[in-house]
Design a binder for this molecule. Structure first.
Ligand code: X2X
Length: 339
């Protein structure tokens, strides 16, 4: 709105009694009492952004304009490392780091990403909506961040390459593969014999294009919406990690909200999260043929050789020690004995 129009609006409102002014203004034009920023690393077309927008619209409506959430998708505010720093300092109020990424701050958060731990979504959601998720949320809370109850889905991570299909652990030998900025990812791919490099997601497309790395690993919906098929030839359905997003808020910003607004915001975010999980599940079923049509060659390796290599390299015993018996025990309650 230009100065002139704002002034003319104010002038025309001067005739309205004070209590009537707020009601007379269209709700969108009123400055929200709580105007919060939410940053994430995914393209706007990903279900995470579509459902987050749905939640933000609902929150604006149900709080009668008091809480406005502005979404900054696709690393507009910087890469994951920057956004994690911003949500801690209060520069942004909301962020959705993957479990792998928030683990740089809250190490136990990477527990869901232990290689080949989960075999299906029943196991995943039993654990993450149950005791294991509660354990991680408490650890996030200690960093003065608030984690919403429902994790959002990233998906089972798959391996793409410009060189060759990955048919067994042997094919990973010496492979220059990009992994997220996360100690667990580096440790796991070293254990598998590859040559992993940590890069933020904002760098992935260009680093594949310029051949700084030959391979990367991500869930299929991301491979599709970030158009990684343009710079990769092979996609091997390795299902090696299940990864999800924690929807987190800066602790002080969250506590500034009165209880009734917290209830509205949490319900909208958690319920949109549940729908986002369904979106990803449906996409997983449909996206393979789409990626094939776009030129990716798809193969489905079995997991035995990868698991054996991880066991031999001591990956499981190392990470059991790093996560500690309590968290490891909670994971094994959901998936069975791992190491
Ligand atoms: O960086 C990635 O690979 C991504 C998008 O999956 C995460 O957020 C971990």
């Amino acid at each position: 709105m230009s100065q002139v129009t704002r002034r003319s609006v104010l002038r025309s409102l001067s005739a309205v009694p004070a209590a009537g002014i707020a009601a007379a203004l269209p709700s969108m034009a009123r400055a929200a009492e709580f105007s919060y920023k939410y940053g994430n690393n995914l393209p706007v077309t990903h279900p995470l952004n579509i459902r987050a927008q749905e939640a933000a619209d609902r929150i604006l409506k149900e709080t009668k304009g008091r809480v406005e959430i502005k979404i900054f998708p696709n690393n507009q505010l910087g890469g994951d490392t920057d956004m994690l720093a911003q949500v801690r300092s209060g520069g942004i109020e909301f962020f959705t780091p993957s479990a792998l990424v928030i683990a740089t701050l809250v190490p136990v958060a990477a527990i869901n990403a232990v290689g080949f731990a989960f075999s299906d979504y029943n196991q995943v959601w039993n654990a993450m909506d149950g005791k294991l998720g509660a354990h991680v949320r408490a650890a996030i809370g200690k960093m003065r961040l608030y984690a919403f109850d429902k994790m959002w889905d990233n998906g089972f991570r798959q391996t793409t390459s410009s060189k060759a299909a990955v048919t067994s652990a042997k094919d990973l030998d010496g492979l220059k593969i990009r992994v997220p900025v996360s100690p667990l990812s580096i440790s796991m791919f070293k254990g598998l014999g590859a040559a992993p490099a940590s890069l933020q997601f904002s760098e992935v497309y260009s680093s594949l294009q310029t051949k700084i790395v030959d391979a990367q690993e991500n869930p299929l919906p991301i491979i599709q919406v970030a158009k990684l098929y343009e710079v990769q030839k092979f996609c091997s359905l390795t299902n090696h990690i299940w990864d999800g997003y924690w929807f987190i808020a800066n602790g002080k910003a969250w506590d500034r909200l009165p209880a009734d607004l917290k209830t509205i915001v949490a319900a909208a975010i958690n319920e949109s999260g549940m729908k986002q999980r369904e979106d990803i599940k449906k996409l997983n079923d449909s996206v393979v043929s789409d990626l094939e049509a776009k030129g990716l060659s798809i193969n489905r390796p079995t997991s035995e050789s990868f698991r054996a290599k991880l066991r031999e390299s001591g990956f499981y015993s190392e990470w059991k020690g790093r996560f500690g018996n309590e968290a490891w025990g909670l994971l094994e309650q959901s998936v069975g004995k791992l190491a």
